[in-house]
Design a protein around this ligand. Structure first.
Ligand code: SAH
Length: 213
């Protein structure tokens, strides 16, 4: 669990790159500057931790590109103390950014190996989600709903209505939608029966898959 001044310097440079690419939420940039991404990487790839790229982790999955993490987090507009659901814990990096921002986070992962690894790491770093859950998240997580924000970190072909049902009024859902490449979509529940939908840029995610692995 070593975080050196070299790592910190590399994070500052990464933050500058994200600013150049249009990320302007200072809380999000501060979180990226604080959380040691290298601890979430495959140890063999540690030296690349602060490149703005996605990398393979275990179980054929990926740790998202920092720009993507920052972009999704910025769209989510999480305030301290809000209840947030993440679908696709993966490495736990996106989760750690949300916890750093003060979210009460529920995070779901369908791959047992990743669920175990990320739970342990987040615990050791004292960036504890409220709950890490080993489950299929394709229908969200009704048990603890409604959420102030829901973030999906794998590509959905369509958006299940259950995700929208699980938002509180004022709640935001950020989800990449599409088959081969995805558009980032944000839904905001303006009133109980009124949803606003906004479409952002193109991204590439691993697919949202059904059932536990
Ligand atoms: N947020 C992660 C990104 C990981 S990639 C990070 O910061 O590293 C997407 C993750 O979604 C993968 O780990 C994959 O196993 C998981 N996933 C895919 N379908 C899922 C589902 N139905 N329920 C829960 N997790 C799922």
């Amino acid at each position: 669990m070593i975080d050196t001044s070299k790592h910190q310097g590399q994070r500052k440079q990464l933050v500058d790159q994200l600013k150049d690419k249009g990320i302007n939420d200072t809380k999000v940039l501060d979180a990226i500057a604080t959380v040691p991404r290298h601890l979430f990487m495959d140890p063999a790839l540690e030296e690349y931790s602060y490149l703005d790229k996605a990398f393979p982790i275990a179980a054929g999955q990926t740790i998202s590109q920092p720009y993507t993490v920052a972009f999704q987090t910025q769209l989510l507009k999480v305030k301290k103390g809000e209840k947030v659901l993440e679908i696709g814990t993966g490495s736990g990096y996106q989760a750690s950014i949300l916890v750093n921002l003060g979210a009460k986070l529920y995070t779901i992962e369908r791959q047992q190996e990743l669920y175990k690894k990320a739970s342990r790491l987040l615990n050791n770093l004292s960036l504890k989600p409220k709950k890490t859950i080993f489950q299929d998240g394709t229908l969200g997580l009704a048990e603890y709903s409604p959420y102030d924000a829901i973030i999906v970190t794998a590509a959905a072909e369509t958006v299940p209505k259950t995700f929208l049902d699980q938002l509180s009024v004022g709640g935001r859902l950020v989800v990449p939608v599409g088959k081969n490449s995805q558009k980032m979509i944000r839904y905001i529940k303006i009133k109980e029966n009124k949803i606003k939908r906004e479409v952002f840029g193109n991204f590439r995610f691993v697919p949202l898959l059904k059932n536990k692995a």
